[in-house]
Structure formats: C-alpha cells, structure tokens
Design a protein around this ligand. Sequence first.
Ligand SMILES: [Ca+2]
Ligand SMILES: [Ca+2]
Length: 187
Amino acid sequence: MGQDSSKQGPMTIAELKKSGALSLSDIDKWLDNFMHTSCHRDYFTESDLVKQYQENFTSDHASAFARDVFRVMDRDCNGMVDFKEFVLTMTSLTGDDVNKKIEWAFWFYDVNKDGTITRGELKKMLMIICNVEYGSKFKDKQGVMKMAECMMSSIDTNHDGAITLSEFKDGFHKKEFCIGVLKNLIE
Ligand SMILES: [Ca+2]
Ligand SMILES: [Ca+2]
C-alpha cells in the first residue's frame, strides 16, 4: 500500500552510522528509545508500544493511538517493528523531507490501508489525536467533527468522499498542525 520504502534504507546500526543520514546523537537517542520499548529485543510488538504509551499519556485514547502508530510503523505487517522500521518512522517524522512527513500522516489516517482516507477515518483519527493531545480536558467533539468536514471539503478536491495521497499532499499544508500533533506525540 505504497509503503515499499521499507525495502530501502539502513539495515543495521553500523550501516546507519556509516550512511551519515542521521547524527550519531539521534541514532543513540532512537536506539535507547527502541531498546526501552522492545525490552532489549530485536523488535517490539503492538502490546509493547501500547504499554509504553499508557505509561506516557494519561488519555483514555493512548492505547488506541499506540495501536494506530504501530500499524503505520509495521510496514511489512508482520506484527513486529524492527529497528529499521522504527528508524524509517523517525526519519520520516523528524527529517527535513516534508513529503515523507505527509506520507506518514496519510498512512496514519488511512486506517484500513486501502489507499484512501474516508470521512469516517478522518473523524476517527482526529478524535484520537485530539484526545491524546488534550487529555481529559478535551470535550469539543463537535469541534473535531467540524474540523474533519472542513478538511474533507478543502482536501477532497474531486468531492468523491475519499482523500487520495495525491489530494492529501496537495492540501495538507493547509492543515499542517495535524502533522505537528503527530510529531510531538511520537518524538
Ligand atoms: Ca514489521
Ligand atoms: Ca482508507
């Protein structure tokens, strides 16, 4: 589903360091993070990530958010996120390539991985994001529904009720805060 970039990129920490694509301090930081989440294994599972998010976020939606982050991280859908997949997410979200950030956000919203974002998917994911970001203070469900409708009308340019990656890329800069929210939560 368009995530074939998992076949590229660094395979090992040594290769990653050699490539110069990331600073050594970033590699060390992400390796620490990865080791913590994976309990010093070569991979982590959905339940590992859920546990970590439950420790870090008080929102009732932290588990749902973690499961959706895991879905995007696990590019080959084998139920495990290895260091390579983890780094691909981190480089997508923290690098200078805006297209990678937009693509990551697109996959996050595309819950059923069919290559488009429906109104329902958009509303669901916005609710999760806002709940995790604002915790128990968040009450404005109607505001989120309005925001979703506003995003649909501005991004779904052919008005067929489904946002393609191309439409998302064209329109996303108008609503860039959504990427910012994701980035803040993952870093
Ligand atoms: Ca995987
Ligand atoms: Ca979809």
